[in-house]
Write a protein that binds this ligand. Structure first.
Ligand code: PGA
Length: 251
């Protein structure tokens, strides 16, 4: 891995205070692997408590609103995330795109709001199964990147991109290592086209059914600088094995 590995757990709508014990155990595992950056994105309700409970891992949000405040019932702004102890946020996850109707423009606005508030951002992209089957995967992802990436002077400096094929999320199915490498090379090319040289330093995470058994080979694919992990990030046992796999590759 050319860039410092970044292993991020997305807890989605899972976790209560009882689950903080797992976060503490993940924190201890991360401390044993200082060459790997580790982070967790718990539900909003756990951010503050988790940020106070851990030392070595980053804590972030799974989404934020594009506006700083106002009449947006149920929403959370980037400044609120920061205030509760978050240092980054995910935006544009496929579950937000499909279940909440977020398009590229919304995702870009959220990413820019997050960076303006002082958070770093993980922008998610990925094709559906039908799009892959019809040979459009790279074009779809390129289009999502063009529409969703934050612009602005230092945007690349606090950015990661997660490539998550929709059909691989929560399904136990993963693309071949060759397909992951090909897509990540294409993402890198878009990042360099958008940001110039700074695009070479943006970490590109693979996400979609990453687990302890497949992490080693997925993380070794071309231009993969980490993983965005859902189900396997919920327990320290499985997530620590993924962190260890990244550490092995980084050594
Ligand atoms: P999964 O989820 O690891 O459970 O497939 C990944 C994600 O949606 O970020």
């Amino acid at each position: 891995m050319a860039l410092r590995p970044y292993i991020v757990g997305n807890w989605k709508m899972n976790g209560t205070r009882a689950t903080l014990a797992e976060a503490r155990a993940i924190d201890r595992a991360a401390a044993r692997h200082p060459a790997v950056d580790v982070a967790l994105a718990p539900p909003f309700t756990l951010i503050q408590a988790m940020a106070e409970a851990v030392q070595d891992i980053g804590v972030g949000g799974q989404d934020c609103h594009a506006r700083a405040n106002g009449a947006f019932t149920g929403d959370i702004s980037a400044a609120m995330l920061l205030d509760s102890g978050a240092r980054f946020t995910i935006v544009g996850h496929s579950e937000r795109r499909s279940l909440h109707g977020e398009d590229d423009a919304v995702v870009r606005a959220k990413a820019e709001a997050a960076q303006a508030a002082g958070l770093s951002v993980i922008v998610c992209v990925g094709e559906t199964e039908a799009e892959r089957d019809s040979g459009q995967a790279e074009a779809v992802v390129a289009g999502q990147l063009d529409g969703s990436l934050p612009r602005g002077d230092n945007a690349a400096a606090s950015l990661a991109v997660a490539y998550e094929p929709v059909w691989a999320i929560g399904t136990g199915r993963v693309p071949s290592v060759a397909d992951v490498g090909a897509m990540h090379r294409a993402v890198r090319a878009r990042l360099v086209a958008v940001y110039g040289e700074a695009g070479a330093g943006v970490r590109i995470l693979y996400g979609g059914s990453v687990n302890a058994a497949n992490a080693g080979e997925l993380l070794a694919a071309d231009e993969v600088s980490g993983a965005l992990v859902g189900g396997a990030s919920l327990t320290a046992e499985s997530f620590s094995a993924i962190i260890a796999a990244a550490a092995t590759l980084a050594a």
